[in-house]
Design a protein around this ligand. Structure first.
Ligand code: NAD
Length: 356
């Protein structure tokens, strides 16, 4: 199994290095993986003039999975749009046809204070948001701004085909089957025909998953329920635009951006795995970044692309134990806990894996 390691910019190299140590630990224990570094984002622009150079494209296509740190930095903000680091990220997602974005939102009991919501509302929070990533109003045509009857008019097209809805529905049902067996599909069928089709196709797909209980919710209600009673959700599935908004809302329930991993998968479970946070230029190079979201992204990679459920949960347990032992990077530090840097946090997780 070949893993492309794209550390990227800012804190990327520091956090990916810690996830790499974890992967190397399992390689020593017999996991057959090969790790190959590559350039994406600003570092690729610096080295080659392109945010997604051909060598990285080749590596990404050949690899079975990709672990990414983050891309971006103020020094690239004035480059032409097509040369900006973020374009590298969009290009790799498109090249690999990564249509399913999975974002687990887990609140560790030890970090309950980090949430802005009341502890009793977020206690035990464990949701998986499955967002369609390559369709919807973000890509639909026609689109544009034009003059009509003497004034400018802006327009976009919300569009989904049956096959696009079906493939993301299958991903979501399978994910729910691996978890607590409850799937909530989010749409706006009371006003948008496109999402009436969404609801119909998701309902139809349910017949293949008799063990999963399907429910439907309108997106405005879903946004409200996420802050009112998030514990009611197991897996949520929705389109690109609603998913963009709901997944950010859900991730903020935990209050700790440095803890949340993500996966973007194609139809063969090849995936790009990355923390949901950015390159954090304000703390880059200081050795204080939280590497746990990246380590948890590596765990997701083992679960979804390599079917190594047992190794994935060992990593998740080691992270959990590290928090229980009181170790915290600066972003999640509270009085009474032990503040550590990026490297020490990696050491703690590794020690907990070795001592199991
Ligand atoms: P950010 O997520 O990088 O940082 C927001 C805040 O969270 C900062 O204060 C940062 O220090 C903190 N933070 C983020 N990750 C952390 C971690 N692991 N440990 C401790 N603290 C952490 O968002 P931003 O500041 O808006 O963006 C910075 C750059 O990252 C921009 O160039 C942006 O375009 C890019 N970006 C990249 C991605 C990606 O690669 N997927 C995602 C979002 C933003």
């Amino acid at each position: 199994m070949k893993i492309a390691l794209l550390a990227g910019d800012g804190i990327g190299p520091e956090i990916v290095a810690q996830a790499e140590r974890i992967l190397l630990h399992f390689r020593r224990e017999g996991l057959k993986i090969e790790l190959e570094p590559g350039l994406l984002g600003g570092c690729a622009v610096d080295a080659t003039g392109e945010p997604f150079p051909d060598t990285t494209r080749k590596l990404a296509v050949e690899a079975d999975a990709i672990l990414l740190g983050a891309v971006g930095g103020v020094q690239y903000d004035n480059l032409p749009r097509e040369k900006r680091p973020e374009q590298g990220l969009l290009a790799i997602r498109k090249e690999l046809n990564l249509f399913a974005n999975l974002r687990p939102v887990v609140l560790y009991p030890e970090l309950a204070n980090a949430s802005t919501l009341k502890q009793e509302v977020v206690a035990g929070l464990d949701i998986l948001i499955v967002r369609e990533l390559t369709g919807d109003i973000y890509f639909g045509k026609p689109r544009g701004i034009e003059f009509r009857e003497g004034q400018k008019v802006g327009f976009n097209t919300m569009i989904y085909s049956e096959s696009e809805i079906r493939r993301i529905a299958h991903v979501a049902f399978q994910a729910a089957g691996r978890r607590n067996g409850r799937l909530c599909s989010v749409d706006k069928m009371n006003v948008l025909e496109c999402t009436q089709l969404w609801r119909d196709v998701v309902t139809e797909t349910a017949q293949f998953y008799p063990d999963v209980t399907l429910s439907h919710m309108l997106v405005d209600n879903a946004a409200m329920q996420l802050v009112r009673n998030p514990g009611q959700f197991d897996v949520m599935v929705t389109g690109n635009m609603f998913g963009d908004i709901l997944s950010d809302e859900a991730s903020m329930l935990t209050g700790s951006i440095g803890m949340l991993p993500s996966a973007s998968l194609d139809d063969k479970n090849k995936g790009l795995y990355e923390p949901i946070h950015g390159s954090a230029p304000d703390i880059a190079g200081k050795g204080v970044a939280n590497p746990l979201a990246t380590i948890l992204s590596a765990a997701m990679m083992l679960r979804y692309s390599f079917n190594e459920e047992s190794i994935a949960s060992q990593i998740e347990h080691a992270v959990q134990k590290t928090l229980e032992q009181g170790y915290r990077t600066a972003d999640i530090y509270e009085t009474g806990t032990k503040k550590v840097g990026t490297l020490e946090m990696g050491d703690c997780v590794l020690e907990n894996l070795q001592s199991r």
